[in-house]
Design a protein around this ligand. Sequence first.
Ligand code: PDD
Length: 280
Amino acid sequence: VSEPVVYVDGRFVECSRAAVSIEDRGYQFGDGVYEVARVYDGRPFKMREHLDRLARSARAIRMDLRGLDSLERDALELLHLNGWGNRDLYIQATRGACPRSHCFPRDLEPVVVMTAREAHPYPPALRRQGVAAITLSDDRWARCYIKSISLLSNVLAKQKARDEGAFEAIYIRDGFMSEGSSTNVFIVEGDSLVTPPLTNYILPGITRATVIGLATGCGIPVAEESVSRERLLVADEVFLTGTTTEVMPVVTVDGVRIGCGAPGRTALRLFEQYMRLVTG
Ligand code: PDD
Protein backbone atom coordinates (compact mmCIF):
# COMPACT_ATOMS: atom_id res chain seq x y z
CA VAL A 1 0.00 0.00 0.00
CA SER A 2 1.50 3.33 -1.00
CA GLU A 3 1.67 6.16 1.47
CA PRO A 4 -0.91 8.94 1.39
CA VAL A 5 0.17 12.12 -0.32
CA VAL A 6 -0.25 15.37 1.59
CA TYR A 7 0.06 19.00 0.60
CA VAL A 8 2.49 21.24 2.46
CA ASP A 9 3.03 24.84 1.51
CA GLY A 10 2.89 24.42 -2.26
CA ARG A 11 4.26 20.87 -2.52
CA PHE A 12 2.71 17.43 -2.75
CA VAL A 13 4.73 14.95 -0.71
CA GLU A 14 4.41 11.57 0.98
CA CYS A 15 3.04 12.01 4.47
CA SER A 16 6.17 10.73 6.24
CA ARG A 17 8.31 13.25 4.35
CA ALA A 18 6.11 16.21 5.10
CA ALA A 19 7.53 18.80 7.49
CA VAL A 20 6.76 22.27 8.77
CA SER A 21 8.95 24.65 10.73
CA ILE A 22 8.88 24.47 14.54
CA GLU A 23 8.59 28.24 14.30
CA ASP A 24 5.26 27.93 12.52
CA ARG A 25 2.78 30.05 14.48
CA GLY A 26 0.25 27.26 14.23
CA TYR A 27 2.61 25.08 16.22
CA GLN A 28 3.66 27.81 18.65
CA PHE A 29 0.38 29.63 19.24
CA GLY A 30 -2.41 27.65 17.59
CA ASP A 31 -2.47 30.70 15.33
CA GLY A 32 -4.43 29.40 12.37
CA VAL A 33 -7.75 28.32 10.91
CA TYR A 34 -9.00 25.15 9.25
CA GLU A 35 -11.76 23.32 7.44
CA VAL A 36 -12.88 19.71 7.14
CA ALA A 37 -14.85 18.75 4.04
CA ARG A 38 -16.15 15.31 3.18
CA VAL A 39 -15.53 13.72 -0.19
CA TYR A 40 -18.14 11.18 -1.27
CA ASP A 41 -17.13 8.90 -4.13
CA GLY A 42 -14.60 11.40 -5.37
CA ARG A 43 -17.00 14.34 -5.11
CA PRO A 44 -16.23 16.99 -2.52
CA PHE A 45 -19.48 17.98 -0.79
CA LYS A 46 -20.16 21.74 -0.34
CA MET A 47 -16.55 22.56 -1.22
CA ARG A 48 -17.30 26.21 -2.01
CA GLU A 49 -19.10 26.69 1.31
CA HIS A 50 -16.10 25.27 3.15
CA LEU A 51 -13.63 27.45 1.24
CA ASP A 52 -15.80 30.52 1.81
CA ARG A 53 -15.93 29.80 5.53
CA LEU A 54 -12.14 29.31 5.56
CA ALA A 55 -11.78 32.75 3.96
CA ARG A 56 -14.12 34.26 6.56
CA SER A 57 -12.18 32.60 9.41
CA ALA A 58 -8.92 33.90 7.92
CA ARG A 59 -10.30 37.42 7.63
CA ALA A 60 -11.55 37.27 11.21
CA ILE A 61 -8.00 36.63 12.46
CA ARG A 62 -6.45 39.19 10.07
CA MET A 63 -4.74 36.56 7.94
CA ASP A 64 -4.19 37.27 4.24
CA LEU A 65 -5.13 33.99 2.64
CA ARG A 66 -4.50 33.51 -1.06
CA GLY A 67 -7.29 33.08 -3.59
CA LEU A 68 -9.87 30.36 -3.04
CA ASP A 69 -9.62 29.18 -6.65
CA SER A 70 -5.97 28.22 -6.25
CA LEU A 71 -6.72 26.53 -2.91
CA GLU A 72 -9.49 24.55 -4.58
CA ARG A 73 -7.19 23.54 -7.46
CA ASP A 74 -4.59 22.29 -4.99
CA ALA A 75 -7.25 20.40 -3.01
CA LEU A 76 -8.53 18.69 -6.16
CA GLU A 77 -4.99 17.80 -7.20
CA LEU A 78 -4.45 16.28 -3.75
CA LEU A 79 -7.62 14.22 -4.07
CA HIS A 80 -6.50 13.11 -7.52
CA LEU A 81 -3.05 12.06 -6.21
CA ASN A 82 -4.74 10.03 -3.47
CA GLY A 83 -7.10 8.27 -5.86
CA TRP A 84 -10.34 10.17 -5.02
CA GLY A 85 -12.74 7.82 -3.15
CA ASN A 86 -14.32 8.66 0.22
CA ARG A 87 -12.14 11.10 2.11
CA ASP A 88 -11.95 13.62 4.90
CA LEU A 89 -10.30 16.62 3.30
CA TYR A 90 -8.51 18.69 5.94
CA ILE A 91 -7.33 22.18 5.02
CA GLN A 92 -5.31 24.19 7.51
CA ALA A 93 -3.87 27.66 7.12
CA THR A 94 -1.51 28.97 9.78
CA ARG A 95 -0.21 32.50 9.92
CA GLY A 96 3.27 31.36 8.93
CA ALA A 97 6.69 30.81 10.45
CA CYS A 98 8.73 33.47 12.24
CA PRO A 99 10.73 33.83 15.48
CA ARG A 100 8.30 33.49 18.38
CA SER A 101 6.61 36.72 19.37
CA HIS A 102 2.93 37.30 20.13
CA CYS A 103 2.72 40.14 17.62
CA PHE A 104 2.70 39.01 14.01
CA PRO A 105 4.69 40.55 11.17
CA ARG A 106 2.40 42.06 8.55
CA ASP A 107 4.10 40.48 5.54
CA LEU A 108 4.08 36.86 6.78
CA GLU A 109 2.94 34.27 4.19
CA PRO A 110 0.35 31.83 5.56
CA VAL A 111 1.37 28.16 5.47
CA VAL A 112 -1.27 25.87 4.00
CA VAL A 113 -1.36 22.16 4.79
CA MET A 114 -3.92 19.71 3.37
CA THR A 115 -4.54 16.03 3.95
CA ALA A 116 -7.10 13.74 2.33
CA ARG A 117 -7.40 10.78 4.67
CA GLU A 118 -9.65 7.89 3.86
CA ALA A 119 -13.01 8.47 5.50
CA HIS A 120 -14.14 5.96 8.11
CA PRO A 121 -17.91 6.28 8.24
CA TYR A 122 -19.58 5.35 11.50
CA PRO A 123 -21.04 1.84 11.55
CA PRO A 124 -24.72 1.93 10.49
CA ALA A 125 -25.57 0.13 13.75
CA LEU A 126 -24.41 3.16 15.72
CA ARG A 127 -26.90 5.37 13.93
CA ARG A 128 -29.64 2.79 14.33
CA GLN A 129 -29.00 2.68 18.09
CA GLY A 130 -28.31 6.36 18.58
CA VAL A 131 -25.56 7.78 20.75
CA ALA A 132 -25.10 9.20 24.23
CA ALA A 133 -24.15 12.80 24.90
CA ILE A 134 -23.06 14.67 28.01
CA THR A 135 -23.36 18.36 28.76
CA LEU A 136 -20.61 20.54 30.11
CA SER A 137 -19.97 24.19 30.73
CA ASP A 138 -18.89 26.14 27.64
CA ASP A 139 -15.49 27.46 28.69
CA ARG A 140 -14.42 28.59 25.21
CA TRP A 141 -13.62 32.11 24.08
CA ALA A 142 -16.30 34.34 22.58
CA ARG A 143 -15.33 33.86 18.92
CA CYS A 144 -16.57 30.35 18.25
CA TYR A 145 -17.72 31.37 14.75
CA ILE A 146 -14.05 31.29 13.75
CA LYS A 147 -12.92 27.78 12.83
CA SER A 148 -9.71 28.15 14.80
CA ILE A 149 -7.14 25.38 15.11
CA SER A 150 -6.89 26.25 18.82
CA LEU A 151 -9.14 23.44 19.99
CA LEU A 152 -7.96 22.70 23.53
CA SER A 153 -11.38 23.12 25.08
CA ASN A 154 -13.00 21.00 22.35
CA VAL A 155 -10.34 18.30 22.70
CA LEU A 156 -10.85 18.10 26.48
CA ALA A 157 -14.64 18.14 26.08
CA LYS A 158 -14.63 15.30 23.54
CA GLN A 159 -12.25 13.25 25.67
CA LYS A 160 -14.47 13.77 28.73
CA ALA A 161 -17.38 12.47 26.67
CA ARG A 162 -15.35 9.41 25.59
CA ASP A 163 -14.19 8.75 29.17
CA GLU A 164 -17.83 8.73 30.24
CA GLY A 165 -18.85 6.42 27.44
CA ALA A 166 -20.54 9.15 25.43
CA PHE A 167 -20.17 10.16 21.80
CA GLU A 168 -20.36 13.92 22.11
CA ALA A 169 -20.12 16.69 24.67
CA ILE A 170 -22.69 19.46 24.32
CA TYR A 171 -21.57 22.85 25.56
CA ILE A 172 -23.90 24.82 27.86
CA ARG A 173 -23.36 28.57 28.18
CA ASP A 174 -25.36 30.45 30.83
CA GLY A 175 -27.89 27.63 30.96
CA PHE A 176 -28.39 27.36 27.20
CA MET A 177 -26.81 24.91 24.79
CA SER A 178 -24.42 26.31 22.23
CA GLU A 179 -23.08 23.37 20.21
CA GLY A 180 -21.22 20.08 20.49
CA SER A 181 -17.43 19.86 20.73
CA SER A 182 -17.34 19.19 16.96
CA THR A 183 -21.01 19.32 15.95
CA ASN A 184 -24.11 21.50 15.94
CA VAL A 185 -27.14 20.36 17.92
CA PHE A 186 -30.84 20.18 16.99
CA ILE A 187 -33.84 19.18 19.03
CA VAL A 188 -37.24 18.05 17.80
CA GLU A 189 -40.38 19.22 19.61
CA GLY A 190 -43.53 17.74 18.15
CA ASP A 191 -43.13 18.20 14.42
CA SER A 192 -40.67 21.10 14.61
CA LEU A 193 -36.92 21.46 14.67
CA VAL A 194 -35.22 23.87 17.03
CA THR A 195 -31.53 24.79 16.92
CA PRO A 196 -29.62 27.65 18.53
CA PRO A 197 -29.34 30.81 16.39
CA LEU A 198 -26.06 31.79 14.75
CA THR A 199 -24.27 33.91 17.31
CA ASN A 200 -20.58 34.39 17.99
CA TYR A 201 -20.84 31.41 20.37
CA ILE A 202 -21.29 28.73 17.70
CA LEU A 203 -19.77 27.70 14.41
CA PRO A 204 -22.11 28.30 11.47
CA GLY A 205 -22.13 24.64 10.51
CA ILE A 206 -22.42 23.77 6.85
CA THR A 207 -24.24 20.56 7.72
CA ARG A 208 -26.52 22.62 10.01
CA ALA A 209 -27.44 24.88 7.08
CA THR A 210 -27.91 21.88 4.78
CA VAL A 211 -30.20 20.12 7.27
CA ILE A 212 -32.25 23.30 7.80
CA GLY A 213 -32.66 23.44 4.01
CA LEU A 214 -33.69 19.79 3.81
CA ALA A 215 -36.19 20.16 6.65
CA THR A 216 -37.73 23.27 5.15
CA GLY A 217 -37.92 21.50 1.80
CA CYS A 218 -40.04 18.71 3.24
CA GLY A 219 -42.29 21.03 5.23
CA ILE A 220 -40.74 20.59 8.68
CA PRO A 221 -40.83 23.92 10.56
CA VAL A 222 -37.42 25.09 11.82
CA ALA A 223 -36.95 27.62 14.62
CA GLU A 224 -33.57 29.16 15.44
CA GLU A 225 -34.01 29.71 19.15
CA SER A 226 -32.03 29.44 22.35
CA VAL A 227 -32.53 26.06 24.00
CA SER A 228 -32.01 25.66 27.74
CA ARG A 229 -30.49 22.49 29.17
CA GLU A 230 -33.86 21.63 30.72
CA ARG A 231 -35.57 21.99 27.35
CA LEU A 232 -32.88 19.81 25.74
CA LEU A 233 -33.52 17.03 28.27
CA VAL A 234 -37.27 16.89 27.61
CA ALA A 235 -37.06 17.15 23.80
CA ASP A 236 -38.80 14.49 21.71
CA GLU A 237 -35.58 13.99 19.74
CA VAL A 238 -32.03 15.29 19.78
CA PHE A 239 -29.53 14.99 16.96
CA LEU A 240 -26.08 16.23 16.00
CA THR A 241 -24.89 17.54 12.65
CA GLY A 242 -21.39 17.87 11.28
CA THR A 243 -19.31 17.18 8.21
CA THR A 244 -18.01 13.82 9.42
CA THR A 245 -20.89 13.10 11.82
CA GLU A 246 -23.54 13.84 9.16
CA VAL A 247 -26.84 13.47 11.08
CA MET A 248 -26.47 11.49 14.30
CA PRO A 249 -29.40 10.74 16.63
CA VAL A 250 -28.76 11.23 20.36
CA VAL A 251 -30.73 8.96 22.68
CA THR A 252 -29.43 10.00 26.09
CA VAL A 253 -28.13 13.28 27.48
CA ASP A 254 -26.36 13.09 30.86
CA GLY A 255 -27.90 9.66 31.25
CA VAL A 256 -31.43 11.00 30.77
CA ARG A 257 -33.38 9.17 28.09
CA ILE A 258 -34.51 11.31 25.16
CA GLY A 259 -37.96 10.50 23.78
CA CYS A 260 -38.41 6.74 23.89
CA GLY A 261 -34.64 6.13 23.99
CA ALA A 262 -34.35 5.24 20.32
CA PRO A 263 -33.46 7.40 17.30
CA GLY A 264 -36.40 9.59 16.37
CA ARG A 265 -38.13 9.41 13.02
CA THR A 266 -37.34 13.04 12.17
CA ALA A 267 -33.61 12.52 12.69
CA LEU A 268 -33.65 9.31 10.65
CA ARG A 269 -35.65 10.91 7.90
CA LEU A 270 -33.25 13.85 7.70
CA PHE A 271 -30.27 11.48 7.73
CA GLU A 272 -31.74 9.60 4.76
CA GLN A 273 -32.36 12.83 2.89
CA TYR A 274 -28.86 14.00 3.70
CA MET A 275 -27.31 10.80 2.34
CA ARG A 276 -29.39 11.10 -0.79
CA LEU A 277 -28.08 14.62 -1.26
CA VAL A 278 -24.39 13.79 -0.71
CA THR A 279 -24.42 10.79 -3.02
CA GLY A 280 -26.80 12.30 -5.57
N1 PDD B 1 -16.08 20.01 13.11
N2 PDD B 1 -19.20 23.02 15.71
C1 PDD B 1 -17.89 22.78 15.88
C2 PDD B 1 -17.21 23.30 17.11
C3 PDD B 1 -17.18 22.05 14.89
O1 PDD B 1 -15.87 21.82 15.04
C4 PDD B 1 -17.85 21.57 13.75
C5 PDD B 1 -17.15 20.80 12.67
C6 PDD B 1 -19.24 21.83 13.63
C7 PDD B 1 -20.05 21.37 12.44
O2 PDD B 1 -19.73 22.13 11.30
P1 PDD B 1 -19.84 21.53 9.83
O3 PDD B 1 -21.21 21.03 9.67
O4 PDD B 1 -19.56 22.68 8.95
O5 PDD B 1 -18.82 20.43 9.71
C8 PDD B 1 -19.87 22.58 14.63
C9 PDD B 1 -15.18 19.43 12.12
C10 PDD B 1 -15.82 18.40 11.28
C11 PDD B 1 -13.94 18.96 12.81
O6 PDD B 1 -13.38 19.74 13.59
O7 PDD B 1 -13.48 17.83 12.58
